[in-house]
Ligand binder design. Structure first.
Ligand code: GLP
Length: 264
């Protein structure tokens, strides 16, 4: 894993946008996350698109997850949120912005279809991720199989409580979701996890320096071939080896691209 420590949430967003931009070309498949953390990154990508620096033309996007039982037009469905916050402001074809069908009465089938759609698209080139305070990624809660594929997940009470800020009351938060699995995330070409604020420090310490364990689902990134974690100083404050991670970045070889691969 590559750990990039930034001074502020704004710098986290700039670096995340730099990395995502290296993947943009017709045919690229992007994995998009919801939650508040990616919003600044999306704002930066929108700005760059409007100024003509980058283009999402010809790209396809797959959302990480979706609540079960919220119709697409509900303002907290991820189908709606990803459009409202990001994709309707960039030059991606809306027909190529996918999310799991949370209204399918047979949600387990919707989950299987979604996994197949990702495979048919050629797999995800870059998967953007946030992290829950309990270490979840997507909606993969503690005790998720490290090889799980897209499926139905029961939300943890911590997640329901954390996400209740987006709803009128905690009782309105859906209890189930369809989420890409940890195995789905492991198949992505590059996994890019971003976190800001002290509230994420424990989850980040467990992800980066704890054991690989389904008790911290994000720790599966230790098994990813090409994972990048970008954090601000607050989210990094429990990392024991932060000096080393800074040194690794300063000593980055010239040949190594932001996408984690050798530059051609
Ligand atoms: C939700 C999403 C996750 C996201 C998490 C953290 O549970 N399913 O994908 O990472 O929230 O969100 P935030 O960035 O708002 O803290």
């Amino acid at each position: 894993m590559e750990i990039l420590i930034r001074r502020s949430p704004e710098e986290v967003a700039t670096t995340a946008a730099d990395i995502i931009s290296t993947h943009l070309k017709p045919g690229a498949v992007l994995g998009l996350a919801t939650g508040s953390t990616p919003l600044a990154t999306y704002q930066e990508l929108i700005r760059r698109t409007k100024e003509g620096e980058i283009s999402f033309a010809g790209t396809t996007a797959f959302c990480l997850d979706e609540y079960i039982g919220l119709p697409p037009e509900h303002d907290q469905s991820y189908h709606y949120v990803i459009r409202n916050e990001f994709t309707k402001h960039i030059d991606i074809n809306d027909a190529y912005v996918h999310s799991p069908d949370g209204m399918n009465p047979r949600p387990w089938e919707a989950a299987e279809q979604y996994e197949k759609a990702i495979v048919s698209a050629g797999g995800i080139d870059i998967q953007l991720l946030g992290i829950g305070t309990n270490g979840h990624v997507g909606f993969n809660e503690p005790a998720t199989s490290l090889r799980s594929l897209t499926r139905v997940e029961t939300l943890h009470s911590q997640t329901v409580s954390d996400n209740s800020r987006f709803f009128d009351s905690v009782d309105d938060v859906p209890r189930y979701a369809i989420t890409q699995g940890l195995g789905t995330i492991l198949r992505s070409g590059q996994a890019l996890l971003i976190a800001t604020g002290k509230g994420k420090a424990q989850a980040i310490a467990s992800l980066v320096e704890g054991p690989v364990t389904s008790q911290c689902p994000a720790s599966v990134l230790q098994l990813h071939n090409n994972a990048t974690v970008i954090v601000d100083e607050d989210a990094a404050f429990l990392l024991k080896e932060s000096d080393y991670y800074r040194h690794v970045e300063e000593a980055r070889p010239d040949w190594k691209g932001l996408d984690g691969r050798p530059k051609l």
